[in-house]
Design a protein around this ligand. Structure first.
Ligand code: ACK
Length: 213
């Protein structure tokens, strides 16, 4: 009906349940502080600044961003390809309001974005759109939570930065382990891409829902 047509949201996704948003933010701040203090990071600071700026500060580069979520389908109020089909899927309709646990297994940072990689379960993959990424990467590779992005950067960039990491790893690049932190190995992949693989994944209960903005 025409009423339903007007109901397509900005996007669908999982929204982190309340206390876990704060916990994840703390984890991310710790990650940035740690990185900021590393010699290896300072040596490659031009990735971020384009010059040898002395007073660069990662925490100021990435200010805090709104509510934390993992986008499944970006619908753009119906303007995005496949938005209507996605919204009408049985699994999507049935899942609205349901809570499931997101498994966050890495944090990554680039000069543009700060994000968490999400490893989707088989059940969660039922809600993952077919067209989220090209066929060259495993389904769900783009799943992430945007923690922050630099000024002038669009949030869509976090998923693109993660896909870049996935492609590098598929090509066999492992990154250079720069530090074994309590949380896990921290690696540098070049071009300002830093990844902390979490030895213990961060489990975040999250509610599947649409978002209108
Ligand atoms: O951080 P995100 O996953 O990246 O969450 C936001 C959300 O939708 C609202 O903007 C994501 N987003 C924006 N544009 C696109 C797009 N073209 N494809 C996929 N996700 C998008 C953005």
């Amino acid at each position: 009906t025409s009423l339903e047509k007007t109901a397509l949201p900005l996007f669908f996704g999982w929204f982190l349940c309340h206390p876990f948003q704060e916990n994840l933010r703390s984890l991310a701040v710790g990650f940035l502080k740690n990185l900021d203090s590393l010699e290896a990071f300072k040596k490659n600071i031009t990735d971020f600044t384009g010059s040898t700026e002395r007073d660069f500060n990662l925490e100021q580069h990435f200010h805090d961003k709104n509510m934390l979520h993992c986008t499944t389908k970006f619908c753009d109020y119906g303007k995005a390809d496949g938005a209507k089909e996605y919204a009408e899927k049985q699994a999507v309709k049935e899942s609205c309001g349901r809570v499931s646990a997101l498994v966050l297994d890495a944090l990554f940072v680039t000069p543009r974005t700060l994000g968490a990689r999400v490893s989707l379960s088989e059940e969660q993959l039922q809600l993952w759109p077919r067209d989220a990424e090209e066929d060259a990467v495993p389904r769900g590779s783009r799943a992430h939570i945007t923690l922050s992005f630099a000024e002038g950067v669009e949030p869509v960039q976090t998923g693109l930065d993660l896909l870049e990491l996935v492609r590098l790893q598929l090509q066999g690049q492992e990154g250079k382990v720069v530090r074994e932190s309590g949380l896990g190995p921290l690696s540098y992949y070049g071009k300002g891409l830093w990844v902390l693989e979490l030895r213990e994944p961060f489990l975040a209960p999250a509610c599947f829902s649409s978002f209108y903005g």
